[in-house]
Design a protein around this ligand. Sequence first.
Ligand SMILES: [Zn+2]
Length: 320
Amino acid sequence: MKKIPDGTHSIYTIDCHYMAAGNACAYLLIENGRAVFIENNTVHAVPYLMRALRDHGISPDKVDLLIVTHLHLDHAGGTSALLRECPNATVLCHPKASRHIIDPSRLVKASIAVYGEDHFIKMYGQIMPVEASRVRSMGDGEMLDYGSRRFSFIHTAGHATHHFCIHDSGSNGIFTGDAFGLAYPVLQRGAAPFLFPTTAPSEFDLEEARRSVENIMATGAGHAYLTHFGAYPDIRDGALQMTDAFDRIAGIAEDASAAGITGDALEEFCRDRFLEFFDNRIRERGLVLSSEEREILDVDIRLNGRGIAQYIEKRRGGAQ
Ligand SMILES: [Zn+2]
């Protein structure tokens, strides 16, 4: 599969070194000597983002927009810190994300409840409130002209209800956050590229996720800019792999329901079945992973198992 070299269409991939190199990125888009960041990872990534600006000779006051696909902290955790560095920048986000960017206290509290305070600070750093005047919500289908390009925002709720994707007319590419799966560089070394959906808790919804992929394809984009990680050149191949995995997840849900599995056993069941799917795809491609690489993927597989289990429970609750 053809690669898209860094800098094509003036879009640059910045490795945020989140947990490891090649795990999460942000994008710098340059237009007429001015700049836009898409995603910002965490507070700890801000130095990498500022270095990328310097490397391209752009001063921080020429950054106009910080676009975040959704609230998850490996995408939007650095927003307040990056805004302080870029005095003229406005945040563009989903309408359901804006109030949490302006007042992050609930988000931070919920995260600390999961990770504990020490771990939270180590992972994400200090997340501060943002002035409401610097945050703009973008509706579904809304467009924004930026120099010679047009950004179109499409709401994509499958991974999280506060998620949107951004189509860029300048590259005919689409920034997909977590709505078009994960395709780490380590997964591209086999006989064929590999991409799989993230179904992490707590809002994963299979039907919405299928719709998100359809809506991404309906933009006519030729390639996808994934946050995990980099440009995926063949969007059709990516969509086929997403659909294949969604069909598998539907099968997992059916089997779990037929067997009446609940609680911790359900989470274990979903994880094991997703792992089986994942390992088959790895084997088919002749991919060999080091134990460090495997460790990072295990985190995703665990989260996917939990997210699928929660989706099944939610659906059961709704059916009653
Ligand atoms: Zn996410």
